[in-house]
Design a protein. Structure first.
Ligand SMILES: NC(=O)C1=CN([C@@H]2O[C@H](COP(=O)(O)OP(=O)(O)OC[C@H]3O[C@@H](n4cnc5c(N)ncnc54)[C@H](OP(=O)(O)O)[C@@H]3O)[C@@H](O)[C@H]2O)[C@@H](O)CC1
Ligand SMILES: Nc1ncnc2c1ncn2[C@@H]1O[C@H](COP(=O)(O)OP(=O)(O)OP(=O)(O)O)[C@@H](O)[C@H]1O
Ligand SMILES: [Mg+2]
Length: 358
């Protein structure tokens, strides 16, 4: 009885905070947004994070708190996929896989024994033209063996831009979509998707997490204009609508999030250090919270309006909030020498401060 009323309270809170997709709520929300003359609505991020984070419960088995896969890691970049995958584990996912090139695999394994690393991707330099079709088939078969077990894919951190490798990833994206697996697209994954928008267009389980450059490329391609910071949230709405059904998290001084229906912002104070890799933490973090949000909403009873809240928006808000909290805590400790690995070390404490384990 007590437990179910607590669940109900959490659900009612979420309904109040975000609203469902009913036309009435949407209209009201848009009017409020407009009335704020260009200011997106600040999300109640900590409460959302608290609401979707699952309890630690001795009846649960390995895997129930999330199985995440990162597609990324090549000769140049081994840090980015590691940051994304280890962040997912530190936040509370049970298993974190990395699918990368052969060159990158042993390096990534050496960073951490916790990660499950699949050395399956190939770059053009190591493949003869006549072998490309068969190798591409093998790569896809290997990822397919695992695909349906994953709660979320993160595609792009440290992927690089080799044309043959990107062709293989294009096929992986199509299969993920056929299997209804949520996909967070970041880094070079955004380079691929900006060039082939059909890969994500109309897929509501896709989240794009562009940084300043990646956002500029998307706006120019989809809206055929320049980035307009005076009308940032309207432009983000148009972009998400223009691509069709996807959610976009635009990273910056404040993170702006839109699914083409609504815009939310997360402005929690983060860190003034802009060391590389923080976006990779964010992508792993969004993957975990998006999985938890979907799990939470699917457990919501009956046809309560809560089941109509877009879990990709919830995942983005929670992921952004945690990343920024951890960056702030790391900066308090390390000041100018703050690095991405310091922020990763602060993920656990930051989550604990918002949502204690017991
Ligand atoms: N420790 C690590 O391993 C880290 C690795 N990281 C990984 O790095 C990758 C790129 O991400 P990033 O954030 O540097 O891309 P971004 O800001 O758009 O580009 C800046 C400028 O560079 C250029 N450019 C980029 N890539 C290019 C390429 N392959 N080939 C040619 N040009 C390229 C780009 O030019 P443009 O695309 O605009 O033509 C722009 O002018 C990505 O996989 C990310 O995950 C990071 O996560 C950080 C930590
Ligand atoms: N000016 C800023 N002030 C505070 N936080 C910021 C600022 N710019 C970005 N961030 C935060 O840093 C995180 C990473 O954003 P950033 O734009 O650096 O991504 P990125 O360039 O993709 O990073 P990466 O180096 O991992 O590729 C985001 O969660 C964002 O909230
Ligand atoms: Mg990035």
């Amino acid at each position: 009885m007590l437990a179910s009323s607590a669940v109900l309270r959490r659900q009612q809170f979420l309904i109040r905070t975000l609203g469902g997709y009913s036309d009435q709520t949407h209209l009201k929300r848009m009017q409020q947004t407009k009335a704020m003359s260009g200011t997106a609505l600040e999300a109640d991020a900590e409460n959302i994070l608290r609401a979707i984070t699952p309890n630690l419960d001795s009846s649960k088995h390995k895997g129930q708190a999330g199985k995440i896969a990162v597609i990324g890691g090549c000769r140049e970049y081994t840090g980015a996929p590691y940051f994304a995958a280890i962040s997912a584990l530190k936040i509370g996912a049970d298993l974190s896989h990395v699918f990368c090139t052969k060159d990158a695999a042993s390096v990534i394994k050496s960073y951490s024994p916790e990660l499950i690393v699949h050395p399956i991707l190939e770059e053009s330099y190591s493949v003869r033209d006549e072998d490309k079709p068969s190798i591409s088939g093998k790569v896809l078969a290997e990822v397919d063996k695992w695909m349906e077990r994953f709660d979320c894919l993160v595609v792009g951190p440290g992927l690089g831009r080799d044309p043959f490798l990107l062709d293989c990833v294009r096929e992986i994206l199509k299969h993920a979509r056929q299997s209804n697996v949520p996909i967070v697209i970041d880094g070079d994954g955004l380079f691929l998707v900006t060039d082939s928008l059909g890969l994500v267009s109309g897929y509501p389980l896709a989240v794009l997490t562009p940084n300043i450059n990646e956002y500029k490329r998307l706006v120019e391609k989809v809206l055929n204009c320049k980035v307009d910071d005076h009308d940032a949230h309207e432009q983000l709405l148009s972009l998400a609508k223009g691509i069709g059904s996807v959610t976009i998290l635009r990273k910056g001084k404040s993170d702006l999030i839109s699914d083409g229906e609504t815009v939310k912002s997360v402005s929690i104070y983060g860190s003034p250090r802009r060391c590389g890799g923080q976006g990779d933490i964010l992508s792993g973090s969004v993957a975990v919270f998006l999985s938890w949000a979907r799990q939470h909403l699917s457990a919501a009873e009956g046809d309560l309006p809560i089941s109509k809240i877009n879990p990709t928006i919830l995942g983005c808000i929670a992921g952004s909030a945690l990343m920024r909290k951890a960056a702030s805590l790391a900066f308090q400790n390390k000041k100018r020498s703050t690095l991405t690995s310091d922020i990763i070390e602060c993920l656990g404490q930051s989550l604990e401060d918002i949502c204690p384990a017991i």
